[in-house]
Design a protein around this ligand. Structure first.
Ligand code: ATP
Ligand code: MG
Length: 325
């Protein structure tokens, strides 16, 4: 079977920094493959390898069945790339930007013009097409950048954090565009730091952290890794938190998420109603009264926490993770 792209034991060092530590994965054609990971996890490194911008230190990367190290130009013919930072020319208009990419692809003037019209319409940029890009909002720039990656009619599209930093509404507009591209048959690799985004868009999700693939599956497979539902207790103070934690130890045998800052304890349960009563009784028996008790389906956030012991970092909390491993 031919995959849209695949990695086999791929390692990548930047000097002494190990950005990828043996990643193996396969993405089916025509699907959205989501790659979820916090800052510094190695997402962009994977995108750069697959789009032939850098080579793996070891291991094999293939796109459209072609080894990126052996035949990078054939790979480039099959792909489109919208990198993490929009690469558009501020002094040109939106239309000129797309037409310029068309010329780089060797399209004739009239064809480049027609392709630009099609793309601008698809991305909802027709009304601002003749304005200089420096007057565009962040969301419009991202759309234009995505548009540039479509000029060559790629079979496979790499989108590196296409929605990071955008407001929720602009993000949803982009989701719709991405979904439509997948519906038209484009294979898509989408990296993201947003659990909600992977959950919403991706047919398959890879979770990466510190250059390693720590889980792969559909959103529901990842969620079911945690068993059934989650019971969540909120406690009044640190004393209650610690005591409640001790009292449920026998039940969950460390398989729980305790957040000391938030004073919450989440416990995965198999038999929701019965187990809810059991753990609640255990806490009650220790003389602690939680301020809130709730039962909910696990989120991808829960999955990440249970896989890594931490919440994924979000953009606002950006911290360098360089050189820790
Ligand atoms: N050119 C470089 N030189 C040195 N180290 C690098 C370079 N590019 C990336 N790294 C390091 O490699 C690791 C992986 O980086 P990468 O950019 O792939 O992460 P990422 O998952 O894309 O993160 P982000 O969400 O912040 O974009 C990090 O530790 C990063 O600091
Ligand atoms: Mg990145």
């Amino acid at each position: 079977m031919k995959y849209a792209f695949e990695l086999k034991s791929v390692k990548r060092y930047y000097g002494k920094i190990k950005a990828l530590d043996g990643v193996t994965l396969k993405a089916e054609e025509g699907k959205i493959y989501g790659m979820l990971g916090p800052n510094g996890a190695g997402k962009s490194t994977i995108v750069k390898i697959l789009s032939t911008l850098i080579e793996p230190t070891s291991g094999i990367a293939k796109v459209n069945g072609i080894d990126v190290a052996k035949d990078p130009s054939s790979v480039r013919n099959a792909i489109g790339l919208a990198g993490q930072f929009a690469a558009v020319d501020d002094f040109l208009t939106g239309r000129e930007n797309i037409q310029m990419v068309g010329q780089l692809y060797g399209l004739k003037g009239s064809v480049a013009k027609q392709r630009a019209d099609e793309i601008l319409e698809k991305l909802g940029l027709q009304d601002s097409a003749d304005r200089q890009v420096k007057t565009y909002s962040g969301g419009m720039r991202r759309r234009l950048d995505l548009g540039s990656s479509l000029v060559g009619r790629p079979k496979i599209l790499f989108l590196d954090e296409p929605t990071t930093g955008l407001d929720p509404r602009t993000r949803k507009d982009l989701w719709e565009i991405i979904r439509n591209l997948a519906r038209e048959g484009t294979s898509i690799l989408l990296t993201t730091q947003y659990l909600e985004e992977a959950d919403e868009l991706a047919d398959m999700i890879a979770v990466i952290d510190y250059g390693k693939l720590i889980a792969e599956g559909t959103s529901s497979q990842l969620k079911s890794k945690l068993g059934g539902d989650m019971v969540e207790f909120e406690l009044k103070n640190k004393f209650d938190f610690n005591k409640a934690l001790l009292s449920v130890e026998k039940f969950c045998n460390q398989n729980r998420q305790a957040d000391e800052a938030e004073l919450t304890i989440k416990i995965p349960v198999k038999n929701s109603a019965e187990d809810l009563l059991t753990v609640t009784k255990m806490i009650d028996d220790s003389g602690i009264k939680p301020t809130n008790i709730s039962l909910h389906k696990p989120t991808l956030d829960d999955v990440f926490l249970s896989l890594t012991g931490k919440k994924p970092q979000i953009e606002e909390q950006k911290k360098p993770r360089r050189g820790k491993h």
